[in-house]
Each structure stands twice: as structure tokens, then as C-alpha cells.
Write a protein of this length. Sequence first.
Length: 363
Amino acid sequence: MVFRISTDRHMRTSFLFVICALLHLTSVPQEMEIDFKSGKSMYDAWCARCHGLDGKGGGEGLELEVPAPDFTDCSFNSREPRKDWKAVISHGGGVRGLSMSMPAWGEALSEEQIELLIDYVKTFCNDSRWPQGELNFRRPQVTTKAFPENEALFIPTYTQSSAKTSTAKFVYEERIGPRGQWEVALPFVSNVSTFLYEVGDLEVSGKLLLFDHFASLTLVSAGWEVGVPTGNKARGTGSGTWKVAPYLAAGKGYESFFLQSSVKYEQPMRGNERKLFYNVALTYPLTTEKKGLIPMLELNVVTSLPERRSSLYLTPQLYIGLVKRGHVALSIGAQLPIAGEGPFDYKVLGFLLWEYADGGLWW
Ligand code: HEC
């Protein structure tokens, strides 16, 4: 009896030993194949079980809270700045408000290895027409952005003048292909004393990214706006004429600040009140996170043609990233007249911005 038990034990132990040895044999060559200097090799070994060898996501049989994204979808792959991916790979999905199903690798991998992984993940989109997310500088109040966007905005404005008007504008922007965007904006205009909002002039526009250079953080776009006289001229809610307004917009990033500028020429179809708008915006983020405070200062010039009368405004403002993922933000500012012949009315400006392709408005 005693003898048999010990034989059984012995056999069991040998059996386990063989299994372990087999497992060891099968796992050793696999681990040895990982080249810690190759993004592809590390990705295939550690990331592919959730993200797929082809980058399209996978994770079959794994209980992931949300599906892994499709890295071959250029609109997703190009949109995310590398530093945000670096944060997510180092600290896990939670750091940018994403799912914790995306694990943290910062303890196991060096910064260099994470960079190599990002380089590799970026290659899943091999269409260089898509501009990188680093060029998507934050939206100023007046200066037109050069980057094509998927955004919805609510823009309330209050103008201190004899009429004391306030407007509430709704804007919808959608990307077309890698470099285009169309946009529609509908303002509602009110006389503050009556608090009745009426439809103002509808604006429709298209924008095309002409040039972008990732290494120097530079981009230039051209666009075309059309103003439709849906407002009422007599009641001060519209201009009473169609308008066309071609524009150029540019941006340049530096180590710790960003410059954006736009020039627009506005031509009414009726009347001769042409206008030129020049804007420059300086952004100085106080954080490298997406949630946080980002102060900006704009200089806005409006020149009325043909008289060439110009008015100058300074527009200090604060952009506030409301969520970790950065896709919902608020901005508040004031446009203050500093020189020129225009009516010296100040404006209080704001917007609520939602990059709807990156997540819901409330989560
Ligand atoms: C256990 C499964 C799993 C593993 C392993 C994994 N990921 Fe992920 N990863 C996810 C999931 C799920 C998401 C989506 C999270 C979300 O959108 O909320 C994600 C998201 C990402 C994102 C997108 C972040 C963004 O901004 O949307 C990147 C980049 C990424 N993973 C890289 C990697 C790399 C590199 C590795 C390997 C070192 C890796 N992942 C390993 C599950 C995984």
C-alpha cells in the first residue's frame, strides 16, 4: 500500500516534470525570438493578442471591456498624438480616460522601447496624406483653425453695444477624406432686452489642408465660406445678402507654445462693404495633459474696404480641457478693442467643444 502510493507520487511528479519541460521548451524559443530593438517583434509578442497581428483588433476569447481599436483605420491612427499614446502604453488606458483593458507597460518597458512600439503601431496606416494629431492645435476663439476636424460647437457671444446683442451659434464640422472638412454654422441672434432669439445668417464652408509637416509642426489650409441671408436685415439679425469669404489658415508649434493665424477676405454679393480679417493666436499650455488650463491670447484686426479703416482687438481667453481624453472642452474670453475707428464695443466670447469622433459628450 505504502509502496504503491509512493510510486504514484513518483509517477505524478515525473509527469509534471515532463509537462513543465515541454512548456519550457516551447516557451523559451518564443521568448528568445523577441528583439527588444524591434517595434514589430515586441508588438507581435505582447500587443497582438489584443490588437491583432494585422493591427485591426482581435482579442477573441479575451474579456475586453471595449474592443481594441483598428490601427489600420487612418482616421483613428493619425488623430492620436504620440505623447498621448505614450501615456496610455506606459500607464494604461485609465490615464486618458480609456478602458483599463489596455494594460500599463511602463514598469516593464523602457521609454525607447515604447517609442519603437509607437513607431510600429503608426505604420499600420501607410497613407501619408493624413495629418498627424500633433498638428491639431487647440481652437482659438476668433482665428480659424487649419486642421480638419470632427467637431460640434456651441458658441455663445455677448456684445456690449447700444443694441446689447447676444448670439448663440451651433457649428457642425466633419472631415472629408484625409485632408478635407465641411462645416455648417447656424447663429441665433437676440436683442438682450427682449431675450427673443431669431435665426441669423447661415454659414456653410469647406476647408482643405494644403500643406503639413510633422517634424516642424507646420500646417497650412485654404477654405471657402458662404454666408446665406437667412437672417432679417431690418431686425438686425442678418446682413441681407449672400457673402463669399475665401481664407487661409496656418499653424506652427514650438516646444512650449503654439502660433496660429488666419486671413479672410469677405465679399458681399450686394453692397460694397468688403472686409479683411487678420488674426494671430498664441497658445501657452500650462499642462501636457489633455485635461487642464490652456491660456491663449489673440490679436484680431478687421479692415473695412475700400475705406481701409481698421480696428484692432486683443482677445485674452482660457481654454479648459474638461475630460482626460480631451474631447470635451470649454473656452471663455473677452474681445477688447485697443485701436481703430470701429465702434468700441467689447465682446464676451465662449465655446463648448465636442470632438464627437473621440467619445461621448458626457463620458
Ligand atoms: C489585454 C489586451 C491588450 C493588450 C495586451 C494591449 N492592449 Fe492596447 N488597448 C487595449 C484596448 C481594449 C484598447 C482600447 C481602450 C479604449 O478605447 O478604451 C487599447 C488601446 C490602445 C491604444 C490606443 C490608445 C488611444 O489613444 O485610443 C494604443 C496605442 C495601444 N492600445 C497600444 C498597445 C501596445 C503598444 C501594446 C503592447 C505593448 C498593447 N496596446 C497591448 C487592449 C490591449
